[in-house]
Design a binder for this molecule. Sequence first.
Ligand code: NAP
Ligand code: MG
Length: 499
Amino acid sequence: MPIPPLHPDTQAFLARSPHKLLIDGAWTPAASGATYTSISPSDGSVLAELASAGVEDVDRAVAAARRAFENGWADLLPRERERLLRRWADLIAAHADELAELESLDNGKPIHHTRTIDSRVAANLVYHFAGWPSKMVGYTAPVSIPNHFVYTRREPVGVAGIIIPWNYPLIHGMQKVSPALACGNTVILKPAQLASLPLLRLGELALEAGLPPGVFNVITGRGSVIGQAMAEHPGINKIQVTGSTAVGRSVIRASAGNLKRLALELGSKAPNIIFPDANLDEAIPGAFRAAFGNTGQSCVAGARLFVHVSIFDMVLDTLVTMAKEARIGHALDPDTELGPIVDAVQTKTILDYIQSGIEEGATLVLGGRRLSDGDYGKGFYIEPTIFTDVRDDMVISREEIFGPVLPVYAFETEAEVIARANDTEYGLAAGIWTNDLARAHRVAAGIKAGVVWVNTYDLFDGAAPFGGFKGSGYGRDNGLEVLEAYTEVKSVWIATPEA
Ligand code: NAP
Ligand code: MG
């Protein structure tokens, strides 16, 4: 299908290139004047120039965020913070199509996905957390010391640094920024270079909504420079990162100086388990979407599929048929099911993993190649790839591939599959497909992961906590937990002596 023209607002936004940094309510170039080029992974076309911030720009953003924190944001009436956040959410919802196009252009996620999920979820997250400022309550503590009255207050942490990856920029951005602001913090957001455009547009909409200068700052540029500077910065009180486990470790080290509060959402290798009693009409397409949705570039991708031995051949055949039929193409084509890989580096990494699977003796059942004929040659496309005969100790079983590569394993017993599912350094998410109620609860309890989906997969909501066990990090987004993560608790003791 031909690619429809871009929304006029998307065209107008792109035409504002070179894009600047949002610091203190104003758009400003990097102090050094440096820029970088954003490329569409669908066809290699140039999208825009963006400012490449340096350490000096981080300092400016921290100073602005600190002023905004101390000059009123934290002290605004809760109702007023709610009103501003709701206005922002209204604008995000009103511009959802344009935001979806910007994300699809920038990271290559298919437009049907960004339109129906990402841009809408982003608005809903802001609506969800906009309601919290007036509901953040403390409590009275029943201490056993006579003549004292003790109550708790929840106070904002201060300046929050938020660092996100390229694969879900709108959702990751808003699931961290909106609770941070709702709790009275000010924010410096550093999106991934590979997908900064939609966040810059969200910055414009924040100003339009009336967020005061310095409350929400967006700085673009290299993570190893400005992400590192944020993690080290004594003026930042809290860092919330989604990214690789390597970056998580680096942020922990860099944050030691001022004992920053950290929340880290890192890598994953999620098990997805189909039991023989499952409704296979739902389980097989569910497993397909879990593995190949967003071309496998998802932290929660169902990247290890365990299928009971009694249904293994049938499930495998159906998956192979679905993969053969999947439409691979340009992210802006409404018919596209699998879009491109985000860039050349990631493409090479995925192809290297495929090669390692072959060399370690796994059976390549389908795919395995980069597509290069015709228009595919302009972008970064890899066929959906399925392996069988994969041992649990092979590299493709243990490391996060972050691409359209699915090892399928046979299992015999529930105890065996729980042990194999947990045999990983990660613990972010898992899927279970079964119609046996007791089994669903047993396995959900047995799997060491922060999210377990039963007879569904990959659903998110501001109300449900999200984050990892083990090497997938610590701290949570969403749920009540994220509100705790963006506040400090203070106990106030009042002496109430006898008259
Ligand atoms: P990444 O390389 O870890 O990058 C994540 C972010 O950290 C980017 O904004 C990056 O900046 C920045 N960064 C790089 N070096 C840094 C440093 N030394 N200090 C501070 N920040 C730094 O991850 P990615 O390749 O973008 O995304 C894929 C990874 O993210 C996968 O491992 C995936 O599992 C993980 N992920 C996890 C979740 C989750 O919820 N747990 C969700 C999505 C993705 P630049 O890239 O712009 O240089
Ligand atoms: Mg990009």
